[in-house]
Structure formats: C-alpha cells, structure tokens
Ligand binder design. Structure first.
Ligand SMILES: *[C@@H]1O[C@H](CO)[C@@H](O)[C@H](O)[C@H]1NC(C)=O
Ligand SMILES: *[C@@H]1O[C@H](CO)[C@@H](O)[C@H](O)[C@H]1NC(C)=O
Ligand SMILES: *[C@@H]1O[C@H](CO)[C@@H](O)[C@H](O)[C@H]1NC(C)=O
Ligand SMILES: *[C@@H]1O[C@H](CO)[C@@H](O)[C@H](O)[C@H]1NC(C)=O
Ligand SMILES: *[C@@H]1O[C@H](CO)[C@@H](O)[C@H](O)[C@H]1NC(C)=O
Ligand SMILES: *[C@@H]1O[C@H](CO)[C@@H](O)[C@H](O)[C@H]1NC(C)=O
Ligand SMILES: *[C@@H]1O[C@H](CO)[C@@H](O)[C@H](O)[C@H]1NC(C)=O
Ligand SMILES: *[C@@H]1O[C@H](CO)[C@@H](O)[C@H](O)[C@H]1NC(C)=O
Ligand SMILES: *[C@@H]1O[C@H](CO)[C@@H](O)[C@H](O)[C@H]1NC(C)=O
Ligand SMILES: *[C@@H]1O[C@H](CO)[C@@H](O)[C@H](O)[C@H]1NC(C)=O
Ligand SMILES: *[C@@H]1O[C@H](CO)[C@@H](O)[C@H](O)[C@H]1NC(C)=O
Ligand SMILES: *[C@@H]1O[C@H](CO)[C@@H](O)[C@H](O)[C@H]1NC(C)=O
Length: 701
C-alpha cells in the first residue's frame, strides 16, 4: 500500500465534505451475526499444540464459496483480494483440501464448514488411524510387535485432521437460513463472472476465536502459575471430568486401599468422545452404545444380585476422557495404586469392557483379548473361563460371541491401562473383528441417525421416548449377554441366568435421552430439581471438556445408575440431602449416596412428588495424574490441556475496497497529525495569538 495518490486524496476530500453520504460506504455494513457456529479450539499436550485460532482481533477475509478442489486456485494463488474466508460444504472438508489451505501462506483468513443436516454417504473420521497409540499397554517393553498399530490399524479411515494445527479459525455452520444468506451475499458480490475481477464492495466474514495458550502444556501451566500470582487469569486447563462408578454390594468408600475380603469383577465402558469441532461430539457408536448397554446390564442385574448375592462384587465403571490418552482409566488405576480408591488392583478378579457395540453385522460380537498376558497360564485360564461364560450367557440369545481367529492386540480400550499396571484377565467386547466398522469414528456424524435411532415422523416427543427402535432391541440383547456373563463371573448360579434379562424399554429411553433429547419426561423424573435446567433439547456434547465440574452426561449417567441399581428409601428430603437415613445415622454415608430426585407429577396434581434414591453410584475425579504429579512432559499419562479464550464469534458484512479502508486510516492519521501540529502551533504561539486578551503575568496591582 503506497501513499494515497492524488485521486484518492480528492476522493477523501469529497468524502469528508459530504460526510453523511459517501463515507457511509466505508463503514462496515453488518449483515449477519452468526449464531449457530461451533469453533475448533486449541488443545495442547506435552509436545504439541493442535486445533485452531484467530489473531487477537479476529480474522477478516473476503468470502469465497469453494465449489471443488480444482476451484482452490482462486484462493491459493489467482484471486485478487486475499485473504479469503473459505466456505466449504462438508464433502470438501477433506485432508487434502485442508492441508493445502493450511500451507497457503496467509491467503486464507479462515474456514467455515457447512455441516449438513443428514449424514454423508461416504465415511469421515477426523481422528488418527491409531487412537491413543502411545499411552496404551503395547510398547517397546510389552508386545513390541504390536505397538503403534503395527498389527491392526484400528481406524484406517482416520484422516488425522483433529490433530493438526491451523493458524486460522475454523468454524462449523449449521445449514440453515444464515448459510443461505451467506451464499447469496457471495453470489451477489464476490463471484467472478467470466473471469472478471469482482468489484468492491465485497462480502466478507470475520471469525474470532483467539486462544490464550501456546506451544505446549508445560509452557501454558508455567504461564498459569505466573499469571496466578498476579491475577487469576489462567491460560489453559487440564482436560478432565469425573468417572462414574457403582457396585452391586455397597463398599465402604471412606476406607481407601486394599479391602481384605473383596474380590470384584469390573464392568467398564467409556463415556466420552470428540469431533473436530468443540461442541458437537455426539459419540453415538463410540461412547453411547457401550455405556447404555452397561447401564441396561446393571439394571438387569439388580434383582438377581439382591436376591441371590454372588460371592464377588460387580463394579460398574464409566470412564471419562478416554479419548485423550485414557484420562479416566489411568486416573482410576493410579488411585488404586496409591490407596486413594476404596479398592486396589489386587481386589480385581477380572475385567469385562464394553466397547463399540452398536453396529453389529450378522449378530456377531467380537471378544478381544490380550495375547501378551495370556502367555501366562493362570491368566490364560481365567480368560478362557470368561470366554466360556460369555458363550454360555449367549444361549437362546440372538447374539453370537466370537473370538477373532488371528492373534491380535487389544483394540484401544480402558482395559489396556489396567494391564499396563498389572496382569489381569479380561475381555473387550466390540462389534468389529479387526478394524472399526464405525465409518464416523470421533466425528460429528457418529449420531442418532448413524445408529439408526430413528422414529416414525408422526410421533410426539413423548411417544418417541417410549418407542422401541430396532437398535434398542439389538442393544438389549447385548446388555442381557453382558449381565448374564457378569453374574457368572461373580460366581452366581447358572440356574438363575434365564431370569436375568435387560429391558428394551429402558434401553430405548436411554438412547433417546443421550442421542436425541436429554430434556425428556423420564430424565426429568430421575434428576434433582436443580439439575433440570441443565437438561438440554439437543444431544449432549460428549467432549470431555476442562470445566473441572461434572458435566451433563456424567451426572446423567450417575443419576441413571442410581435409579437403575439403587432403591427408593422413605427418608425426609433433609436427611436425604444430608446423606443419612435419619437424624442419628452417621454410618450410611460411607456405604451409600443419597439423591433427592424430582419424581413424576401424579395424576390430578400439579406438583412433582420427589423421593430419595439410595445407591452406590459415585463420582471420582477423572483428571490425569500428570497434573497431580505436576509432570507436564510425562509420556506415562495424558497431558492434554485446553486453551482458554475470551470470546468466540463470527459475523458477515460488506467491505469497501481495501484501499478505501487504508485511506480512511490515512485520513485519520492525517487529521491526528494536523491537530497535533495545530495544538503545538497554538500553544507555542499562544502569547501571540491570545495576547490581546491576556494580562501580563507580572502585572501587579
Ligand atoms: C442472532 O443473534 C442476534 C443477536 O443475539 C439476534 O439479533 C438475531 O436475531 C439472531 N439470529 C438468528 C437467526 O437467530
Ligand atoms: C511389525 O510387524 C511385523 C509382523 O507383522 C514384524 O515383522 C515387524 O518387526 C513389526 N515391526 C515393529 C517395529 O515391531
Ligand atoms: C502430542 O500430540 C501430537 C499430535 O497428535 C502427537 O504427535 C504427539 O506424539 C503427542 N505427544 C505426546 C507426548 O503424546
Ligand atoms: C428460513 O426461511 C424460510 C423461508 O424464507 C422461512 O419460512 C423459515 O421460517 C426460516 N427459518 C428460520 C429459522 O428463520
Ligand atoms: C459471460 O460470457 C458469456 C460467453 O462469453 C456471455 O454469453 C455472457 O453474457 C457473459 N456473462 C456476463 C455476465 O458477462
Ligand atoms: C466405614 O469406614 C469408616 C471409617 O473407617 C467407619 O467409621 C465406618 O464405621 C465404616 N462403615 C461400615 C459400615 O463399615
Ligand atoms: C425385580 O423384582 C421386582 C419385584 O420383585 C419385579 O417387579 C421386577 O419386575 C423385577 N425386575 C426385573 C428386571 O426382573
Ligand atoms: C461363596 O461363599 C460361600 C460362603 O462364604 C461359600 O460357601 C461358597 O463356596 C462360595 N462359592 C463360591 C462359588 O466360591
Ligand atoms: C502368572 O500370573 C500370576 C497372577 O498374576 C502370577 O502370580 C504368576 O507369577 C505369573 N506367572 C508367570 C510365569 O509369570
Ligand atoms: C427410577 O425412576 C422411575 C421413573 O421415574 C421410578 O418410578 C422409580 O421409582 C425409580 N427407581 C429408583 C430406585 O429410584
Ligand atoms: C414413610 O415414613 C413416614 C414417617 O416415618 C410414614 O408415615 C409413611 O407411611 C412412610 N411411607 C411409606 C410409603 O412407607
Ligand atoms: C382425577 O380427577 C378426576 C375428576 O376430578 C377423577 O374422576 C379421578 O378419579 C381423579 N383421579 C385420581 C387418580 O385421583
């Protein structure tokens, strides 16, 4: 940008003269504040930063709607008005295009991806091909031939975009009227017709998502410490939430460490998921299918474990943050090793983990085991026993457990973190033999539609909640299999197996609640009244987050586990909230938790009838031990942190030419300089200028 030429100066004079009229075009005409936008944010680990951000004042670019990959030339080299804000339809949100945009050296101001309202026909996974490859059990010292997915690549469709770093903002837009306005603005103002250069004013967009943290976790934690001593301004927070757990027999939660007479079977599932964008991680197949199955199994076991208590206790665990290098399970194992959990690793008899189980083809369910620990005869025997129980439990069910024919490592699973600490027999249930059948692993499309949780179009929300979908029926079978297997693992009698079966009604309601709408009449009944405002009308976001408080999905799972495995007790609201059965009771809180839930509205009444639920469902911290130990560069534990930011927003407007903007700036500076000069001249020559009206300073009367 050179100095304004004479033409511009005359323009400027004209502009200043008719201030109200022609200078208006210089002002940005705001068209549209983007309301339903989801950003990609910055995350950091021990060595890297990933994700996206804008500059401190937001990134502005001329809109360009990309029509195809060939069309990229305009953005990358030939377009005359860089930087560009690129609008992509979801099918163009590919690694190839994004990497070209990434290396565009400043010609890209940002990207907005228009998320479709229905899932694409092809596959899409922005995750890595080998999830959590460095923090599982396989390493140079443990089954080296299986480390780094050498033997089985679990997520071959993964394009790794979620783990790239972009120095421009990337937002997702809902495909609605706003996007129509954006496209129209582009067509009206920016489209190059017959290779002519589009004329100003042009349609532009500003995206603002400046991130405070840079470089890596150690750096940002250091800056946290420094800034904390000056002002409580943090730059990043550890990813983390809470794990949920409960047991078929109450366990004294106040006494930590090894319990002499406890021998427990752990039934595990994971709670969290992620996607490229911050707030849309439905985690249907990757998370919901597994933990809904486990909750339904726990429900199916309530009667049997109360009436004919087997010798071993079954412990249900739901892990948070597993997506980010096993935050939840590594923390629980760490707590067990350090006497901060009411059980330790020696209390564990065996582990049954429920992975992705929502997409079974031909009714088969695959039993994954660890070939390394099975080289030990006694472990192998226990694993064989568990497999035998699974086969037995499947009698008369339409689900067939099958062991993979080739020896292969465990898929990414929480169980790997237990094996890392100690040899424990266990099996991981999955709907895939080797690579994932999930085409949308850790993406925004892993949703209700993908799991086929769909309803006839004429149903009211209340009818949808109750409607038993085919997917619910299929998962109910898996839940029954899991429940019966756990019962036998716990030492229960085979003769009682046929009395244990999961309830399709409960399964379908849970799928509705977690994949369609948490704010439904059933969930409202089983949560405390102060939680009702957190029940949303959108599918919950399963991204673990960094808020240090239990998230909506975590609490929902806890309340569900309490309802499905606990019992109602006739206790006043006050005693219930004080964790006791009556005024003198000081002991129950060690064994149980009490929740006063809203309950239903009885017929002919307007008020809900609350009641007290007693259960063993509890929360434990799911924050990586790396932050407990302040080892921010460790490779043993997850080190993921999330950057803080001030605001996330976007808007669209028309810009006059870049030159004109610079001119405005020039004029501003000119006016400033002139006024400075004038002030100087005036004050320097003040005695001359104002002498007539002034008395001599030394005048005395
Ligand atoms: C977006 O938000 C702005 C300000 O909050 C509001 O005025 C506008 O109506 C909203 N637009 C839509 C489409 O909801
Ligand atoms: C990967 O596996 C192959 C056999 O499948 C083996 O020959 C090779 O050594 C392995 N590579 C590593 C690095 O372990
Ligand atoms: C941090 O994340 C990057 C990007 O995914 C990865 O390449 C690197 O190995 C991770 N570092 C550690 C210590 O896990
Ligand atoms: C979108 O536009 C259509 C037609 O212009 C209109 O009927 C509809 O109400 C609009 N939707 C929203 C959410 O504004
Ligand atoms: C573009 O070029 C075509 C063929 O050269 C011509 O028919 C058409 O009118 C042109 N359109 C505009 C808007 O100039
Ligand atoms: C649980 O442990 C606490 C602390 O040792 C003890 O006071 C309490 O009596 C125990 N409760 C039961 C039921 O064993
Ligand atoms: C559990 O037992 C109760 C009463 O004994 C019965 O009403 C209920 O149907 C049983 N539930 C299951 C899942 O078997
Ligand atoms: C369960 O415990 C009882 C009493 O402690 C014992 O008699 C029985 O043999 C045990 N059953 C199994 C299967 O271990
Ligand atoms: C096999 O595992 C058992 C139980 O973990 C252990 O006590 C035993 O020492 C192991 N045997 C070998 C040969 O490692
Ligand atoms: C679970 O919730 C249902 C429906 O609100 C309720 O009828 C039942 O009593 C609850 N059970 C427990 C143990 O809280
Ligand atoms: C609950 O307890 C109260 C007072 O202790 C008693 O009056 C009431 O009948 C009990 N309700 C039930 C359902 O047992
Ligand atoms: C509710 O009220 C209606 C009319 O007042 C009455 O007929 C009905 O029996 C009531 N039902 C209950 C459960 O009290």
């Amino acid at each position: 940008m050179g100095f304004p030429s004479s033409k511009w100066i005359s323009n400027l004079l004209f502009c200043c003269f008719f201030a109200g009229i022609s200078c208006n075009s210089v002002e940005k005409k705001i068209y549209l504040h983007l309301n339903y936008t989801f950003p990609c944010v910055r995350l950091l680990n021990a060595t890297h930063q990933i994700g996206c951000q804008s500059s401190m004042s937001g990134n502005v670019g001329v809109l360009h709607v990309l029509e195809s990959e060939e069309n990229l030339d305009w953005v990358l080299s030939s377009g005359p008005n860089p930087p560009y804000m690129v609008i992509l339809d979801a099918p163009l949100f590919t690694r190839s295009i994004m990497m070209k945009l990434k290396s565009s050296s400043g010609r890209v101001a940002g990207v907005a991806v228009v998320a479709p309202n229905t899932n694409p026909a092809e596959s899409f996974s922005p995750h890595t091909t080998c999830p959590n490859e460095n923090t599982g059990v396989y390493s140079e010292t443990y089954g080296p031939a299986m480390a780094n997915c050498n033997m089985t690549v679990w997520n071959p469709l993964g394009n790794g975009l979620s783990y790239e770093e972009f120095d421009f903002p990337i937002f997702s837009l809902k495909d609605d009227n706003d996007t129509r306005v954006i496209r129209q603005c582009y067509l009206d103002h920016n489209q190059a017709v017959n290779n002519s250069t589009p004329q100003y004013p042009l349609c532009a967009m500003e995206l603002y998502s400046h991130m405070f943290a840079v470089t890596d976790t150690a750096t940002c934690m250091r800056r946290n410490d420094i800034s904390f001593s000056i002002s409580p301004e943090m730059v990043c927070d550890p990813l983390g939430d809470y794990n949920v757990w409960g047991s078929t027999r109450p366990i004294n939660n106040t006494v930590k460490g090894h319990k002499m007479w406890e021998n427990v079977v752990i039934a595990a599932a994971r709670l969290d998921s992620r996607s490229f964008f911050y707030d849309i991680a439905p985690g249907g197949e990757s998370g919901v299918s597994g933990f809904v199955t486990l909750l339904a199994a726990a429900h199916a076991l309530r009667n049997a474990t109360q009436e004919a208590q087997p010798n071993r206790t079954i412990v249900y665990t739901f892990f948070q943050g597993e997506t980010f290098d096993y935050i939840g399970s590594s923390r629980m194992v760490y707590d067990m090793q350090n006497k901060q959990f009411p059980l330790d690793l020696d209390n564990i008899h065996s582990v049954l983990e429920i992975g992705q189980v929502g997409l079974r083809a031909d009714s088969r369910l695959w039993l994954h085991t660890d070939p390394v620990s099975r080289r030990n005869d006694s472990i192998n025997q226990e694993v064989e026993e568990l497999i035998k129980n699974l086969h037995l439990a499947a009698t008369n069910l339409s689900v067939t457990p099958v062991a993979p024919t080739v020896s292969q490592p465990l898929p990414p699973s929480s169980f790997q973190r237990f094996l890392r600490a100690q040899q424990i027999p266990g099996v991981v249930l999955e709907d895939h033999q080797s690579e994932y059948v999930n085409r949308f692993y850790e993406s925004m499309y892993d949703n209700a539609e993908y799991l086929n949780v769909l309803y006839p179009s004429d149903l009211t929300p209340e009818e949808q909640l109750k409607f038993i979908t085919a997917s619910a029926k299929a998962l109910t079978e898996v839940a029954t299999l899991v429940a019966r297997t756990l019962y036998m693992q716990a030492g229960g009698a085979e003769s009682l197996l046929s009395s244990i079966s999961a309830d399709p009604q409960i399964v379908t309601q849970m799928l509705y609640g977690f994949l369609v709408r948490p704010n439904n009449s059933w969930f409202q009944e089983l949560v405390p009244s102060d939680f009702t405002s957190h029940l949303s009308d959108r599918p919950p976001n399963m991204y673990v987050g960094a808020i240090q408080q239990p998230s909506e999905p975590t609490l929902l799972v806890q309340y569900l586990l309490a309802n499905l495995t606990g019992s109602t007790v006739n206790v006043t609201q006050e005693d219930c909230q004080n964790q006791r059965e009556d005024k003198d009771d000081k002991d129950s809180k060690h064994m149980y938790t009490y929740v006063w839930v809203q309950g239903a509205v009885p017929p002919n009444s307007t008020e809900r009838e609350g009641f007290c639920v007693r259960s063993s469902a509890r929360l434990t911290k799911a924050v990586s031990p790396a932050f407990e130990l302040r080892q921010f560069t460790t490779s043993e534990y997850s080190t993921w942190t999330e950057s803080r930011w001030k605001a996330i927003k976007g808007r669209m407007f028309l810009v006059a030419s870049h030159e004109l903007e610079m001119l405005t700036l020039g004029v501003g500076i000119g006016v400033l300089l002139t006024s400075l000069l004038l002030t100087y001249v005036i004050s320097a020559k003040a005695d001359i200028l104002f002498s007539s009206g002034r008395e001599p300073a030394n005048a005395t009367y």
